[in-house]
Design a protein around this ligand. Structure first.
Ligand code: FAD
Ligand code: NAI
Length: 493
């Protein structure tokens, strides 16, 4: 809650604004887009400030997104392996293996605290002024920082920063589901799902996108009976079609239930349960479900509340995104916009790339983000990772392509690790044999996708990759073999 604004606008006389402080660059928002932009700006020699109202740096990603979710994913997988997989590997565990939810949360909170604290240290190192409060536009060269009630370290009174350049990185928030009230206890968003105090026996998720699937993985490993209700006939949002189907198959094998092409009509908490009504898209057949927790995961939307964007005429499109040109400029060239609050995939590394490029545009007039090569990773087990084009995109663009695939069952390291689910799929241009896309389901796919990214960025052909000596025995040999399969033949399959 914002503290009520005092009427002491002593720095505003007639139409001219007086500033309490001056900085060359002011960044609004301290998430991956904003904090990286601030560090880069300071490294470029700008006197830089960052305004953040959360009380901690790192934004959604570090506080209620990437980092806490990965802590839960990693530890729930460890638990699952110890419980279900250890014996067959020759590891006898005396006594029972149990989950201690309080300590699981404690571990997650410790990691988050360390990482967000780390950014504060980086700010100090780079002499970045950090204002804890809500940033809003007074005009195109003045950002007002308002105190936030109850926020430790908040600015005590309204502070006006005069600046030449502004970078807006205010991020995104959970998209609400019309008619369903999130209480973060029984009906939860991703934020609530990261902090549950007990494991729900029956866990229903609306949305089979990345959040839905990652949280389904966590809670099914911890013992919940998980059902995903997805409106589309396919899960996985922007995944390659074949990969999405294979992903659903392995998640189903892990015990997750799917209701695809199904519309949620209502979700109502009654005491300790949630009653949900759903309807089949095809024939309108209705069904009633009951759950101990219901997760709403139908996407995120850009966040500009309190920014006063309208005061300076910043354009907003139909989806609520701040409109920019290809150099991140809003209609005012001294105000650039990066991250979830504008176009493109809502991913932390995309926001970071943009933060760097925006500063470079300010400094040199040149910057670079390749939107055709932004990796996505879903941190299930096995992981699902992809970059570049999907088969569907290539077909739609009428680009002729060849496919090379290699299964992990034929990879010696995967076999040694008894972790053989999945495959590498590489799409190459039919004529030039350049790599156009890579799609991996497999152990550590999120690490392996970096090789595809590098190959695509440097315009490598499948043969270029296949002729690079890959260490043995490693999972990365599957990537090399898939490249061979794309232009010739694999050796080990
Ligand atoms: P944000 O991280 O949202 O940061 C914006 C910041 O601006 C916030 O801290 C907010 O408090 C602040 N702010 C807003 N308005 C103001 C204002 N007026 N004044 C001051 N401060 C303001 N992405 C990945 O790449 N990998 C993942 O594994 C991943 N996992 C995720 C898991 C979950 C559960 C969720 C919800 C998201 C996940 N994401 C992941 C997405 C990722 O978190 C976002 O894409 C990323 O955080 C966007 O960065 P950003 O800087 O644009 O915005
Ligand atoms: P999403 O856009 O990935 O998926 C939302 C899903 O909900 C879609 O499949 C959609 O068809 C479905 N849906 C929408 N309305 C529905 C309805 N009425 N009924 C049933 N289903 C409905 O959004 P999600 O999962 O909420 O994630 C938000 C963002 O966070 C994504 O953009 C994602 O990139 C990011 N994220 C990234 C992660 C990663 O990189 N590992 C992890 C988690 C989130």
């Amino acid at each position: 809650m914002l503290r009520s604004v005092s009427s002491k606008r002593s720095f505003s006389v007639a139409s001219r604004l007086f500033a309490n402080k001056k900085h060359e660059v002011v960044v609004i928002g301290g998430g991956p887009g904003g904090y990286i932009a601030a560090i880069k700006a300071a490294q470029q020699g700008y006197d830089t400030a960052c305004v953040e109202k959360r009380g901690r740096l790192g934004g959604t990603c570090l506080n209620v997104g990437c980092i806490p979710s990965k802590a839960l994913l990693n530890n729930s997988q460890l638990f699952h392996q110890m419980k279900s997989d250890a014996k067959g590997r020759g590891i006898d565990i005396d006594g029972t293996v149990n989950i201690n939810v309080a300590n699981l949360q404690k571990h997650k909170d410790t990691v988050v605290k360390q990482l967000t604290g780390g950014i504060e240290m980086l700010f100090k190192k780079h002499k970045i002024a950090y204002y804890k409060g809500e940033g809003s536009f007074e005009d195109t060269t003045h950002v007002k920082v308002s105190p936030v009630d109850g926020l430790e370290g908040s600015v005590k009174e309204e502070t006006v920063l005069e600046t030449e350049k502004v970078i807006v990185a205010t991020g995104s928030e959970v998209t609400p589901f019309p008619g369903i009230t999130i209480d973060e206890e029984r009906i939860i968003s991703s934020t609530g799902a990261l902090s549950l105090k007990e494991i729900p026996k029956r866990f229903t998720i609306i949305g089979g996108g990345i959040i839905g699937l990652e949280m389904a993985s966590v809670y099914s490993r911890l013992g919940s009976e998980v059902t995903i209700v997805e409106f589309q006939p396919q899960i996985g949002a922007s995944m390659d079609g074949e990969v999405a189907k294979a992903t659903q198959k392995f998640l189903k094998k892990q015990g997750i239930n799917f209701k695809l092409s199904t519309k949620v009509l209502s979700g109502v908490r009654e005491g300790e349960v949630v009653n949900i009504e759903v309807e089949a898209v095809k024939d309108g057949k209705k069904e009633k479900l009951q759950a101990d927790a219901l997760l709403v995961a139908v996407g995120r939307r850009p966040y500009i509340k309190g920014l006063n964007a309208e005061k300076i005429g910043l354009e907003v499109d139909k989806r609520g995104r701040l409109v920019i040109d290809d150099q991140f400029n809003s209609k005012h060239p001294n105000i650039k916009v990066v991250g979830d609050v504008t176009f493109g995939p809502m991913l932390a590394h995309k926001a970071e790339e943009e933060g760097v490029a925006a500063v470079e545009y300010f400094k040199t007039g040149h910057g670079h983000v390749n939107y055709n090569n932004i990796p996505s990773v879903m941190y299930s087990h096995p992981e699902v990772a992809w970059t570049g084009q999907t088969e569907e995109q290539l077909k739609e663009a009428n680009i002729k392509f060849k496919v090379g695939k290699f299964p992990f069952i034929a990879n010696s390291r995967a076999k040694t690790n008894s972790d053989t689910e999945g495959f590498v799929k590489i799409l190459i241009d039919e004529k030039t044999e350049r790599i156009l896309g890579a799609h991996i389901i497999g152990p550590n796919a999120g690490e392996m996708i970096a090789e595809a990214g590098l190959a695509i960025e440097y315009g490598a052909s499948a043969e270029d990759v296949a002729r690079v000596c890959h260490a043995h025995p490693t999972l990365s040999e599957a990537f090399k073999e898939a490249a061979m399969a794309a232009y010739d033949q694999p050796l080990n399959f």
